[in-house]
Design a binder for this molecule. Structure first.
Ligand SMILES: *[C@@H]1O[C@H](CO)[C@@H](O)[C@H](O)[C@H]1NC(C)=O
Ligand SMILES: *[C@@H]1O[C@H](CO)[C@@H](O)[C@H](O)[C@H]1NC(C)=O
Ligand SMILES: *[C@@H]1O[C@H](CO)[C@@H](O)[C@H](O)[C@H]1NC(C)=O
Ligand SMILES: *[C@@H]1O[C@H](CO)[C@@H](O)[C@H](O)[C@H]1NC(C)=O
Ligand SMILES: *[C@@H]1O[C@H](CO)[C@@H](O)[C@H](O)[C@H]1NC(C)=O
Ligand SMILES: *[C@@H]1O[C@H](CO)[C@@H](O)[C@H](O)[C@H]1NC(C)=O
Ligand SMILES: *[C@@H]1O[C@H](CO)[C@@H](O)[C@H](O)[C@H]1NC(C)=O
Ligand SMILES: *[C@@H]1O[C@H](CO)[C@@H](O)[C@H](O)[C@H]1NC(C)=O
Ligand SMILES: *[C@@H]1O[C@H](CO)[C@@H](O)[C@H](O)[C@H]1NC(C)=O
Ligand SMILES: *[C@@H]1O[C@H](CO)[C@@H](O)[C@H](O)[C@H]1NC(C)=O
Length: 643
């Protein structure tokens, strides 16, 4: 992790009387550096003028006795008048900086637009303690000569375009305490020489293209507190439900492919300082290391998305500091150990998508600090929701999808003024009705009861769910009016509604959708809805996906829909829509998916983008549509205008 050096900009006007000059090499290095920068929004370099005493220049610190430059400190993030200010330097990093032979600190972190490479002669800066070039547009490899910097304590190159393999010489940086190369394009394997970095406290290589095994002797890094070899920077902070919605993962650059078993700790005493361990999104195999339970300083462990197998049979009794344990999407099997109840500080436990078997140990009921519990999609076959689970006092996210839960939603789930924010009971065998007391979950943000056998109306009390953002009730046998849903006044901003594949059969023409300005995803498909689509649908300014397919809407297409200007996906197929396709639909310029097939539409398809770009099957099976992409309209084929 890079230390954020935040400078307070002080504009000091000093009248220099003496004719001090700095060392010619330093002066050349700094003038060349300045010449490489096209612009600098912090205006620090602008003041590098007038005098040849470079020691007085902003961001420069010299040695009092030798006059040589010790520090070049120009980070992009400043504090100006108590507020953070992001400044930008655009230009090429001059190779002349290798002339600053007394330099101890080089900080050009987060100036955002610095390009070029680390000069191969970086090894000349033998006094260097800190080299911070993070969050820029630097590229090329790390020069081998980096290994000649015996005093280097902090090397931070994160968030650049550096590439090539990690030089073996990195292992010679015996003073190194922090190495952050994350979010670059490094490839190849992690050099074995790393085992010699015995003072290293933080090693973060996530989001690169690294392959191969984790070095066997990495357990020798006895000072290590943080190890991150993952590709994932979403964990923590961002609510999980949002991850699932936005599929942010697709924009990740990095994707490490580390494979093989986790080789540490290989003895009970190894890595006793390790607090943060992230190895998620790799191809790691084998079982949890035998001595895993001896990593007594562990606080957060994220091993999601690997192929780790076998039972979670560690003795957890020493992991007194563990707050986060994410083991999701692996191949863990067997029962959970009873010692899991000893993880007294545990707040976040995600075991979803494994093959863990029931029953859950009763000792879990002592996890009073637990805030998130995700046991979805294991082989738990819970049959019912354990009562102790509902009594966990700190729980605010409960995910029990695909847990084999049967019967009705039990009354003991009711909690007056419940703090629950996420409740996912989807893909179970739940029957009966959605209870009216669901309205007492006033903190609820996500409710997912989809893929069950619920057969009831949506209770009026849903309107009390003032924080609801995501409502997924798809694939049940729900029926009755939908107006309620559109009347919900959610301060959290309802963004996602999926009521598809149910038995709703009303006319929703009178529903006022205008209240739901924040809605991005609305799926009412596979129901028996009929009549007109309410005009207010056009007021859904945030709508990206609208699916009304497989219903019985039998009116003209709602022209107002053209006002939903960021719509990307519009599925109206398999209804009884009549009349023409409104010309106004040409305003839907963001549309990527459109399906109007199997309706009773007629007339010419409005000519223009994006409508002419969709395949024929977007329009097929109608009464009389013609024009691109279908056949040209002939006088005979043009169906008379209906609207
Ligand atoms: C030198 O910097 C000062 C501010 O410190 C500025 O006012 C002046 O215009 C600069 N002179 C040149 C020649 O750039
Ligand atoms: C240089 O000298 C000044 C005062 O003489 C002192 O405050 C400062 O700490 C010294 N700096 C270094 C790097 O020795
Ligand atoms: C770097 O060091 C080598 C010898 O170690 C020296 O010959 C060379 O001039 C130095 N280069 C710079 C740019 O300081
Ligand atoms: C680690 O350092 C020792 C002693 O300098 C050396 O013998 C060994 O080869 C180094 N290990 C690696 C993998 O470079
Ligand atoms: C777990 O380890 C502790 C000592 O570290 C020991 O006292 C206890 O018996 C162990 N429990 C199990 C179930 O192995
Ligand atoms: C799940 O549990 C129920 C009741 O305990 C039992 O009848 C059923 O056979 C179990 N199903 C599986 C797949 O183990
Ligand atoms: C609800 O649960 C189903 C089944 O587990 C899942 O496919 C769906 O993505 C979930 N919905 C949301 C909005 O997370
Ligand atoms: C809407 O729901 C149906 C049935 O649940 C599903 O098949 C379809 O993919 C969903 N539509 C969109 C656009 O997500
Ligand atoms: C679409 O928006 C415009 C301007 O924002 C408004 O005048 C018009 O009434 C809206 N049309 C429909 C059908 O809602
Ligand atoms: C549109 O929906 C029909 C089913 O009615 C399907 O056969 C066709 O492939 C879909 N076309 C597109 C472009 O999605």
């Amino acid at each position: 992790m890079c230390s954020k050096i935040i400078l307070v900009l002080m504009v000091i006007f000093i009248v220099t009387t003496g004719g001090e000059t700095c060392h010619p090499n330093d002066l050349k290095a700094l003038t060349d550096f300045k010449a490489g920068i096209r612009y600098d929004t912090s205006f620090r370099l602008e003041k590098w003028n007038g005098s040849t005493d470079c020691c007085k220049w902003e961001g420069i610190l010299c040695d009092n006795s030798t006059g040589r430059v010790l520090e070049l400190n120009l980070p992009g993030l400043l504090t100006l008048y108590d507020a953070p200010a992001q400044t930008v330097m655009d230009g090429q990093l001059s190779p002349s900086i290798a002339l600053l032979s007394s330099l101890e600190v080089l900080d050009l972190g987060e100036v955002l637009e610095l390009k070029g490479q680390i000069p191969p002669l970086i090894g000349n800066l033998t006094k260097l303690r800190k080299l911070l070039l993070d969050t820029n547009k630097l590229s090329g490899p790390i020069p081998d000569s980096i290994g000649k910097l015996p005093k280097l304590e902090e090397l931070c190159l994160k968030e650049n375009y550096f590439s090539g393999s990690l030089p073996f010489s990195l292992g010679s940086l015996r003073s190194l305490k922090s190495l952050d190369l994350s979010s670059n394009k490094f490839s190849g394997s992690i050099p074995d020489s790393m085992e010699n970095l015995t003072d290293l406290e933080s090693l973060t290589l996530q989001e690169n293209f690294l392959t191969g095994h984790i070095p066997n002797n990495i357990g020798n890094l006895r000072a290590l507190k943080e190890l991150d070899l993952s590709n994932n920077f979403l964990t923590g902070g961002i609510p999980f439900s949002m991850n699932k919605l936005n599929s942010i993962s697709s924009i990740f650059l990095g994707n490490n492919q580390l494979e093989g078993e986790i080789p540490f700790p290989s003895s009970p005493s190894q890595m006793s300082s390790l607090a943060f361990l992230r190895l998620n999104d790799n191809h790691l195999t084998g079982r949890l290391p035998l001595f895993f339970g001896h990593l007594k300083s562990l606080q957060r462990v994220i091993l999601d998305n690997n192929q780790i197998e076998g039972p979670i049979d560690s003795n957890f009794s020493d992991l007194k500091a563990l707050t986060m344990l994410y083991l999701s999407r692996n191949r863990f099997s067997g029962k959970l150990p009873r010692t899991i109840g000893l993880l007294s500080q545990l707040q976040f436990l995600d075991l979803s998508y494994n093959m863990i078997q029931g029953p859950l140990p009763l000792e879990m009921s002592t996890l009073t600090n637990l805030q998130l519990l995700d046991l979805s999609f294991n082989h738990l076959n819970l049959s019912s929701i354990p009562t102790w689970l509902v009594e966990l006092p700190s729980l605010f996210q409960l995910h029990l999808a695909g847990c084999g839960i049967q019967g009705e939603i039990p009354g003991y789930l009711e909690r007056p003024a419940s703090i629950l924010q996420e409740l996912d009971l989807s893909d179970n065998h739940i029957t009966g009705s959605i209870p009216a007391w669901i309205g007492s979950f006033t903190s609820l943000y996500l409710l997912n009861l989809s893929q069950n056998s619920l057969a009831s109306k949506i209770p009026d009390t849903v309107t009390k769910l003032g924080r609801l953002g995501v409502l997924d009730l798809h694939s049940n046998r729900l029926w009755g009016p939908l107006n309620l849903v559109f009347q919900m006044q959610s301060s959290g901003g309802l963004t996602y509604i999926d009521l598809s594949d149910n038995s709703f059969s009303n006319d929703i023409e009178q529903a006022d959708m205008g209240t739901q300005q924040g809605i991005q995803y609305l799926n009412l498909s596979h129901n028996f809805l009929h009549g007109k689509v309410p005009t207010s649908v056009g007021r859904l300014q945030s709508l990206q996906t609208l699916d009304l397919s497989y219903n019985r809407f039998d009116s003209v297409l709602p022209e107002s829909l053209a006002n939903a200007s960021i719509l990307e996906s519009l599925e109206l197929q398999n209804n009884l829509f009549t009349g023409r396709i409104p010309d106004a639909f040409l305003k839907l310029t963001k549309l990527k998916e459109l399906n109007l097939s199997d309706n009773l539409l007629s007339g010419q398809i409005p000519f223009g983008e994006p409508l002419i770009n969709f395949p024929k099957s977007s329009y097929s099976g109608n009464k009389g549509l013609c024009g691109k992409p279908l056949a040209t309209c002939s006088p005979h084929s043009v169906y008379p205008y209906i609207t």
